[in-house]
Ligand binder design. Sequence first.
Ligand code: AMP
Ligand code: ZN
Length: 468
Amino acid sequence: MSIRVYNTITRKKEAFHPIETGKVRMYTCGPTVYDYAHIGNYRTFIFEDLLRRYLEYRGFAVTHAMNLTDVDDNTIRRSRERNISLQALTDEFKTAFHADLKTLNIQPAHHYPEATNYVDAMIQMVSHLEAKGYAYKAEDGSVYFNIEKYNQYGKLAHLNPEEMMRGGRVADDSYEKEGVRDFALWKGYKSEDGDVHWESPWGPGRPGWHIECSVMSTELLGPHFDIHCGGVDNIFPHHENELAQSVCATGSEFVNYWMHSEYLLVDNKKMSKSLNNFYTLRDLLDQGYPAEAIRWMLITTHYRQKLNFSVSRLEEAQKAVNRLREFYSKLQAYEGAGEEHAHDKIQAVETNFIEAMDDDLNISGGLAAIFDLVRWGNKALVEAKLSTVGVTALIDLLHRFDHVLGVLEMESGLQVEIDADFIEAKIAARKEARANKDFATSDAIRDELAAQGIELIDTPEGTHWKLK
Ligand code: AMP
Ligand code: ZN
């Protein structure tokens, strides 16, 4: 039996076959680092973590790239509102993001490309598209992708060609399906962009959001790779546009399996910054909810179902994690020497787990198998039936399952990464900002460190730091 996954482009579950035997290359769209990510964003990142962990459990060697969008409309707007450089703003939230990933026990990607490090390659891809006749420059110095030149446009989001607006164009990174038209690959400089611009064959400007991911994925994983993920809101326009750009620029196929996770909701509405109905991870930790309950809540509803956030779900989640952890502790403390090697049970449970999870990550089925084991094991422990071989085999099985779930041994609080060189460099940058009377930047650096749990103390002899 092979793994089957739901492929957004075909709207079907398909058998998963990687391009290279035994290896999987996956690209997942990461956060826009202009603020803390909210737990809706983490629902998507945890789904991707589950997918990667399960592929690894099934023996694949996975290479995972997740980008950080550190230049786009939102980052530029926020850095200007706060009167700090784009880099000071994005540094603050990149660091916070990495701490959040660690806190949620999300496995680190192998690559975290940051868009601003790939601008030359983006300019090259846009030039290529222009040379091949897929792109044109407009009066404002921006370059647009001509959707009429690519007859497969709309295939991913299943757009109706009749509804596409011919001759129209859109400069914004986000727009609705109802307004399908030519989109910006490169955005000509506008005064709102402040000091954020790069030189290009079309004059000063900056990349559009979609070209960022086409370039970073191709640079790191090659033009044709296995899996591309994101939340369902990424299907259109972001992934539709990425697909068009990549295929037209490289002439290769792009992605074999497109996988998208459904929304985390609050009162039946999408959790989002714009509706101001969001919780950050730190909000929930501050309210006393442990990280493992948050991870469990987000992982245990199937990724293609909407999930309504609620405090009672978090409480239920904590109970489930506790049950699993208690079972694990009891196995570790067990000293009996019965006859039961648990061999048949372990085989049956693992077969059920794999059968469920192979079916497009059917997590409810997977958990049913695990908790069947917990019930059986608890009874065997009470009856002191288990042999030492059996206990060791059960502990090994729990370790294998936990490679997928990642909750047995995670910490409950925010995971702060202490890197003394990094902190000293920030203190030096803050000193320089203060010498230049750039107090917005110096405050941003203080906030960035505070978000990592590091407090700065100014003394007449200089600035020191300590953990809060
Ligand atoms: P952004 O930083 O807005 O680019 O979002 C990062 C990721 O989070 C994207 O893959 C989005 O699709 C995803 N996302 C945003 N809001 C939600 C939500 N309420 N539930 C699940 N995923 C979301
Ligand atoms: Zn992306």
